[in-house]
Design a protein around this ligand. Structure first.
Ligand code: M6P
Ligand code: ZN
Length: 191
C-alpha cells in the first residue's frame, strides 16, 4: 500500500480553563519535581501541581508545528512566583509563539550569554520567542495563567542548560506587586 503523503487534518477545542477536548494531558509538574528551580521549597508546602501541559499529537519533525496549552497555577515559593521549568530549544534556532488565553503573568527570556527580556502576558498577548532565547513563564496573578504555544516541530526541549546555570532573572513578589530581580544563583555560560 502506498504510504500516506500528508497527515490527516484535525482540530481540538481549547476550553476556558486551558484543557483540550479531546483530553490531551501530556505533562504534570508537581512541586516535588521542581525543587531545583526555586531557592528553597519549605518542607511544609504540600506537593501540589504547579502546572499542566496539554499537547496536540504531531510528529517531531521540522515540517510540523507542535502546539499545546499550559495551565500554570497561582502561588509562590518564598517570594518566587510559581513558574515553569524553562528551556532552550534543543535545536537552538527554533522559534515559538505564545498566545495568552487567561490570567496574568510574565514571560522571562534569556540567551546563553545572559541577555534577558520580560514580556507581560495576559489574555490576547501574542509573544514571539525567537530562536536562541530560553523561555520560562511565571504566574503573577491570583488565577491560573493559561496560554497556547506553537513551535517548530523538531525544536525539542533542552532543560539541562537552564537547570545547571539557572535563569539570569527571577520574578518575585514585591511589596507592591511583581518585581524582576537578578538571580543570585545564576551562572553565566563559560563560552
Ligand atoms: C509552553 C511550551 C511548551 C512547554 C511548556 C511548559 O507551553 O513552551 O513547549 O513544555 O510551555 O514549559 P517547560 O517545558 O519549560 O516546563
Ligand atoms: Zn519552547
Amino acid at each position: 500500500m502506498e504510504a500516506k503523503r500528508w497527515l490527516e487534518p484535525f482540530s481540538t477545542d481549547v476550553q476556558a480553563d486551558g484543557t483540550l477536548t479531546p483530553e490531551r494531558l501530556t505533562g504534570e509538574q508537581r512541586l516535588s519535581h521542581l525543587r531545583a528551580i526555586y531557592e528553597a521549597v519549605p518542607e511544609s508546602m504540600p506537593d501540589q501541581v504547579v502546572y499542566r501541559v496539554y499537547s496536540m499529537p504531531v510528529p517531531e519533525r521540522a515540517s510540523e508545528l507542535q502546539t499545546c496549552t499550559t495551565v500554570l497555577e497561582p502561588g509562590t515559593v518564598g517570594r518566587e512566583y510559581f513558574m515553569t521549568k524553562g528551556h532552550f530549544h534543543a535545536v537552538r534556532d527554533r522559534s515559538e509563539v505564545y498566545l495568552g488565553l487567561s490570567g496574568e503573568g510574565l514571560l522571562l527570556l534569556a540567551t546563553e550569554e545572559g541577555d534577558h527580556r520580560v514580556i507581560e502576558m495576559s489574555k490576547g498577548t501574542v509573544a514571539y520567542v525567537p530562536g536562541g532565547w530560553a523561555h520560562r513563564s511565571a504566574n503573577t496573578g491570583s488565577d491560573p495563567l493559561v496560554f497556547f504555544a506553537a513551535y517548530v516541530g523538531d525544536a525539542g526541549h533542552d532543560y539541562a542548560t537552564v537547570l545547571e546555570r539557572g535563569f539570569p532573572i527571577l520574578a518575585v513578589m514585591g511589596d507592591d506587586g511583581p518585581r524582576i530581580v537578578e538571580n543570585p544563583r545564576y551562572r553565566v555560560s563559560a563560552a
